[in-house]
Design a binder for this molecule. Structure first.
Ligand code: TA6
Length: 294
């Protein structure tokens, strides 16, 4: 899917245009440093291509751009909870319509700011007042920052993740370094487990690493590159690949789709809604991930 070939609907500046893909409005950045595409549905980064390098972000060829279904691939924004502790899974942000409220550009890159705030619909799902900004900085690297603001008169708690799907040549040709040596194994009833820091994968994996390095590196022999992931405001990093059986079970991933992706996620993890991170009235919190290719 080449989102950059679609005709522009609006030109917002020299480097920023909007386009339409099925039911979704897409904001595109085309800058000498990099290209990037973002869906306003979900506030969802779909692509990041640093100049002269392969695509850094994996998107499923079977993702549904219907404006209802969460997009498979990209960088889903999971908030105000991560995982399946409440409905909908991974919170409501990835199926909400965000607004582009600001864009800026100079010779080093482009910044897009998306916003989402309480609506009648979000209040029914999660009865709190909030404002979110998603700052997407596109240049030599991609930085995505989820800025949360409590607009309530009471404190509330959240968990969440920037659920990045990284694009790889073939999962069998990758090595992941820096996840740390302790993880909560979601495939083994959440057992706290010790393990090695360097990972080559050969089966499904779904883990919350509790002590990741400041920089996680994904070596890709096929693309002859490494992707570096630096997370901030995260208490863990999640590693996920559904493998063949998981991909086959998903209606929006090709059966061999698992070979082209690996999720390395910036996660502020909690075991349940009650144990999330508290933000006091008027308080803020930022969760961010920075991805660079070397
Ligand atoms: O981050 C890993 C995970 O929580 C897995 O358990 C897996 O189910 C994945 O996210 C995808 O979730 P989704 O709701 O998008 O199918």
């Amino acid at each position: 899917m080449d989102l950059y070939q679609l005709p522009a609907v609006t030109a917002l500046s020299d480097c920023v245009t909007t386009t339409q893909k099925d039911n979704l409005k897409i904001v595109r950045v085309m800058h000498p440093k990099a290209k990037c595409a973002v869906s306003l549905f979900g506030g969802h980064v779909l692509s990041f291509i640093p100049q002269g390098k392969p695509e850094a972000i994996w998107m499923s060829d079977e993702a549904k751009f219907d404006g209802k279904t969460a997009l498979r691939g990209g960088i889903p924004v999971c908030w105000p909870w991560f995982a399946r502790m409440a409905n909908p899974a991974h919170g409501f942000c990835r199926t909400s319509e965000w607004e582009l409220v600001e864009h800026r550009e100079n010779e080093t890159g482009v910044m897009l700011r998306l916003a989402l705030t309480t609506t009648e619909q979000t209040f029914k799902i999660w009865p709190h007042h909030f404002e979110l900004f998603l700052d997407i900085e596109v240049g030599d690297e991609l930085k995505v920052s989820l800025k949360m603001h409590n607009l309530d008169e009471q404190a509330w708690k959240f968990s969440g993740a920037l659920h990045t799907y990284l694009n790889v040549s073939d999962i069998h040709n990758t090595e992941t370094i820096g996840m740390g040596d302790e993880y909560i194994d979601s495939l083994n009833s959440g057992a706290l487990t010790q393990g090695g820091d360097v990972l080559t994968l050969s089966d499904t994996i779904d883990r919350v690493y509790t002590k990741p390095s400041d920089c996680i590196t994904l070596l890709d022999k096929g693309f002859e590159r490494q992707l570096n992931v630096k997370n901030h405001g995260a208490n863990s990093a999640v590693l996920w690949n559904p493998w063949a059986q998981g991909a086959q079970a998903m209606g929006d991933m090709p059966d061999d789709g698992y070979k082209g992706m690996l999720c390395i996620e910036a996660c502020q993890w909690a075991p349940d809604l009650e144990s999330g991170t508290e933000i006091v009235p008027g308080g803020t919190y930022t969760l961010s991930t920075t991805i660079s290719a070397g």
